[in-house]
Design a protein around this ligand. Structure first.
Ligand code: ACO
Length: 310
């Protein structure tokens, strides 16, 4: 039994904060931010917009896109490191708001790799025959953990949510292979102590190496060659890190998703937000082989190779 994506949705807070806005509150410049990260602007959620709200809005669209109703959902996984509160989980809040009365619900914590961890978990529940329809949401409101006086981190992040419904699909499509990993010894490279603390150089070196390796590993595990990959959806943290993984797969520029310029690093939401763009603008088509790859705090990483369609 194969699991594939049959519906997708997203939510972006309306407020846009540009690099020029940040120039007014920080010792930084649009030129530095664009050349070092590729980010031009990001969405920032107001106080009233919590992770559960963004998750719910994205989930509603994904379920509708899948042609299902909330009662069809068997399991809700919300990948987030910014839950509204310690408990109940965001997944339980979303379950209530959707009226997904049959669904089990839990959050997944793997920082920016969270969406990949969620997809792999959903895939295994479906492949085993335990569940039919699993809702996976990647949502984060990192703006509430940003120290707005720290130019090293304040310029990097944005808020948002992306959601997909995974279900049983035709045997030739769906998840082809995956890889998950963690290295707790790197925990201090990126962590929360009231606000986000990051050793940018450390994270950069790790990300460049791991994104490339994981992308190649899932292609190999799927029994494919680099030439078989139609589209790359990397975690949108920094254009220079994304470029390194694209080069490892020898893909042309137009075959890699790039939304970091508009949304910044949205943590667990970044991969589904990018996937949404490329599916809706027709760049990802039926039977395309896509590789989604991410890294994040933990340190954690993960990749999935998937044949699009159902
Ligand atoms: N504006 C202007 N100057 C700045 C800024 C800023 N926003 N931030 C740092 N600088 C300055 C520094 O002070 C330093 O100045 P100095 O040379 O006078 O001391 C100079 O720019 C270089 O700073 P570095 O931090 O050494 O720059 P680096 O080349 O490492 O680039 C960056 C910084 C872009 C953050 C890079 O390290 C990076 O992208 N790292 C990965 C970060 C990342 O992806 N984090 C997300 C992790 S995903 C997750 O799970 C949340």
């Amino acid at each position: 039994m194969k699991a594939g994506i049959i519906g997708i949705g997203r939510y972006l807070p309306p407020k846009i904060v540009t690099n020029f806005d940040l120039e007014k509150i920080l010792d930084t410049s649009d030129e530095w931010i664009v050349s070092m990260t590729g980010i031009k602007e990001r969405r920032i959620a107001d106080e009233s917009i919590e992770t559960s709200y963004m998750s719910f809005e994205a989930a509603k669209e994904a379920i509708q896109d899948a042609g299902l109703t909330p009662e069809d959902i068997d399991l809700i996984l919300v990948s987030t490191v910014t839950p509204d509160c310690a408990f109940p989980s965001v997944a339980c809040m979303v379950q209530e708001q959707l009226g997904a009365t049959r669904a089990a619900a839990m959050d997944v914590s793997a920082a920016c790799s969270g969406f990949i961890y969620g997809i792999v978990t959903a895939n295994l529940f479906i492949e085993s025959g335990a569940y039919k329809n699993v809702l996976v949401i990647g949502a984060d409101k990192l703006s509430k953990l940003i120290n707005w006086n720290d130019r090293n981190t304040a310029v990097l992040f944005g808020d948002g949510a992306g959601a997909v419904v995974l279900s049983r699909v035709d045997n030739s499509r769906g998840v082809l292979s995956y890889e998950l990993g963690a290295d707790g010894t790197g925990g201090k490279a990126l962590y929360i102590d009231e606000s986000i603390i990051m050793n940018g150089r450390e994270v950069f070196k790790f990300a460049v190496r791991q994104m490339g390796e994981s992308s190649l590993n899932v292609v190999e595990k799927a029994g494919l060659n680099k030439e078989d990959v139609d589209f790359l959806i990397p975690h949108q943290a920094n254009i220079r890190i994304m470029e390194a993984s694209r080069e490892r797969l020898s893909l042309p520029v137009e075959k890699m998703s790039m939304t970091v310029d508009k949304f910044g690093n949205t943590s667990a939401a970044s991969i589904p937000l990018s996937l949404y763009e490329e599916v809706k603008n027709g760049k990802i088509k039926e039977d395309d082989v896509i590789v989604m790859v991410g890294f994040g705090g933990g340190l954690t990483w993960g990749a999935v190779a998937l044949k699009w369609g159902h």
